[in-house]
Design a binder for this molecule. Sequence first.
Ligand SMILES: [Zn+2]
Length: 288
Amino acid sequence: MPELPEVETVRRDLHEHLVGRTIESVCLNRDDILLQTSADALAEALRGATVSSVDRRGKNLIIQLDRGPAVLINLGMTGQLFIADAEAKLADHTHLVAQLSDGNRLVFRDIRRFGHVELCADGQAGESCTLRKVGIDAMSEDFTAEALAEILRGRNAIIKSALLDQSRVAGLGNIYVCEALYRAGVSPLARCGQLTPEAIRRLHRAIRQVLRESIAAEGTTISDYVTGTGVPGGFQKRLRVYGREGERCRKRGCGRRIERIVQSNRSTFYCPGCQPDPAPGNNGVNAH
Ligand SMILES: [Zn+2]
């Protein structure tokens, strides 16, 4: 958390409120949020610069400045990046505040500090520490069913871990992987190489669908996430398996209870009826 829909929601809000604004001053409260960047270099790059765009790749935001450099921000687990007006009281754990020419402020707050800020030279964002190892964005045109099949082909890895690996598909985290596997009828325990071409197509469709729906609802707020205007998202009410252990599956004709297992130290929620465990004679995929 936050995952692609949350970061995309922040991107859209910031794009609307930041583009064309000039950054008048910067206040950095702690520099251990900086990655390969000095506090002086960041302040110098930002002061007097005008924002020309706000982009996203995977779970990373890219604030492009008119005079060349870009500032990459990764929100980590608990990061918040939002626009606050001049009167708003800033909460604890506010690490960076940029004063904007329209009187508003851009605020970066991160309780657990797994997030980071990296300054990139003109045109070098793609080569930054943050983006160098980031794979195909799950909402980009390049992320086709064929691309997903290529990523999974012949691999022995568990499908859930493979989808969480940002160096292959960027943007998915625990929540949307659980939701997409459920919608596609694929067991979270299946191995990549076991999936049939049809199951991979269903999985691709499910990934795009759940991301699109969540972006439309401005993301999922479980604990800390807020949009770029500082309010919670709305998709948490529409999660079908995540956080629903013990509740009945809502798919017509199923009614089994949602189960929770732990994979790589993280909770996986799934329906054993719709997503049968892979076992001898069963390839881990529900034949619809
Ligand atoms: Zn079910």
